[in-house]
Design a protein around this ligand. Structure first.
Ligand code: NAD
Ligand code: DAU
Length: 339
């Protein structure tokens, strides 16, 4: 079994590679990653010497290189994690999001059509459903919820999803799509809420909460997401969409306060800053379909997962300190100074 994992030097893709190499000793994993600001080879250092693992530095938008790779490797399965993934960056510069998230997906699926594939799996997001109001806790996103996006990021992911479904209907490509809620865990890039707050708190820097911090996200430990994708690529029905989420809704402000408590830092570090443009209020996944069809259930409780995550950031300071010492400084200034 040969699996091409795109975006495997990023947060979820790397965790998926670790999970799969550990679980399936006979599988070959070929990681394809452009190594953008969000991709780090140091993340993959523990698997670089594994004979079942190969790293290829390539852009999924580069048709010639991707075709050559498929011709050489002849993968059985492709799992596409490669994407521009940060909503705030998409608000600043949508262009690269359209390129990578839509055009890159098209190139990968064209390669699958040309060279043949058993399964193309698209890693999508609950953000394609837009948001839910705070005063309707009875509402959840199901697979039937209409696509209704808010940001250039979520629009680009929705565009890709529609293209994936079109390639299934038009060309019979054997596809599946998963739409997951917010992940957290090791190797999460420190531009995102949880790792940013952990890094800032450890450095006694202000903790910038957008708006009033009332927005709700449905947090899932990254390994539970990886387990769900594993089930979908092996047992999921071709042409289907599966929602993934752990019924773990939390307000941003409560997460930030929890991080302060765990790290023994004062809540006075919390600073309310200008809100994100078009900020989605609430995400909440109904995971009934993946539970009933594939038997998936989240295994890590948030109370344990956040402790494990904080411990990981404490024990792996060099990983995130290296990241925040470089170009990240310019990003941080641009996004947060005078906000
Ligand atoms: P990430 O930003 O941490 O990693 C993205 C990876 O893709 C990086 O290694 C980057 O170098 C690579 N990449 C970017 N452009 C590329 C290109 N053109 N060619 C090849 N590689 C490229 O993202 P993440 O948080 O790990 O998210 C992975 C996927 O999961 C994304 O598709 C995202 O939309 C989706 N998703 C993320 C979450 C979440 O909470 N993080 C939740 C649901 C879905
Ligand atoms: O729901 C899945 C999505 O979750 C994925 O598709 C995205 O790739 C992923 O980045 C994530 O999107 P969010 O926008 O929800 O995640 P982020 O960590 O950027 O923000 C989480 C919440 O915290 C959001 O309401 C904005 C807020 N926030 C974020 C940052 C970075 C702050 O209040 N302050 C911050 O500094």
């Amino acid at each position: 079994m040969k699996i091409v994992v795109t975006g495997g030097a990023g947060f979820i893709g790397s965790n998926f590679i670790f999970y799969m190499l550990n679980k399936y000793k006979e599988y070959e994993i070929i990681c394809v990653d452009k190594l953008t600001y969000a991709g780090n080879l140091s993340t993959l250092k523990t698997v670089m010497d594994n004979p079942n693992f190969t790293f290829v530095k390539a852009d999924i938008c580069d048709r010639e290189t991707i075709y050559k790779l498929f011709e050489d490797v002849k993968p059985n399965i492709v799992v596409n994690f490669a994407a521009e993934s940060h909503v705030d960056r998409s608000i600043e510069n949508p262009d690269i999001f359209l390129q990578t998230n839509i055009m890159g997906t098209a190139v990968l699926m064209d390669a699958c059509r040309k060279y043949g594939i058993d399964r193309y799996h698209q890693v999508s997001t609950d953000e394609v459903y837009g948001d839910l109001p705070l005063d309707r806790p009875d509402l959840f996103f199901t697979e039937e919820t209409p696509i209704h996006t808010s940001s250039p990021y979520s629009s680009s992911k929705a565009g890709a999803d529609l293209l994936v479904l079109a390639y299934h209907r038009t060309y019979g490509l054997p596809v599946t799509i998963s739409r997951c809620s917010n992940n957290y865990g090791p190797y999460h890039f420190p531009e995102k809420l949880i790792p940013l707050m952990i890094a800032n708190a450890l450095n006694d820097k202000p903790l910038p909460v957008y708006g009033k911090g009332e927005n709700v996200r449905d947090w899932l430990y990254v390994e539970d997401h990886c387990k769900a994708i594993d089930l979908i690529i092996h047992n999921g029905k071709v042409g289907e969409v599966y929602n993934i989420g752990g019924h773990n809704e939390m307000k941003n402000i409560d997460i930030v306060k929890l991080i302060c408590k765990e790290l023994n830092k004062p809540e006075s570090l919390i600073t309310y800053v200008a809100d994100r443009k078009g900020h989605d209020m609430r995400y909440a996944i109904d995971p009934t379909k993946i539970h009933n069809e594939l038997g998936w259930l989240p295994e890590t409780m948030f109370a344990d997962g956040i402790k494990k995550t904080i411990k990981w950031y404490l024990e792996n300071r060099e990983w995130w300190e290296e990241i925040i010492s470089g170009e990240y400084q310019n990003y941080y200034k641009k996004m947060y100074e005078n906000r």
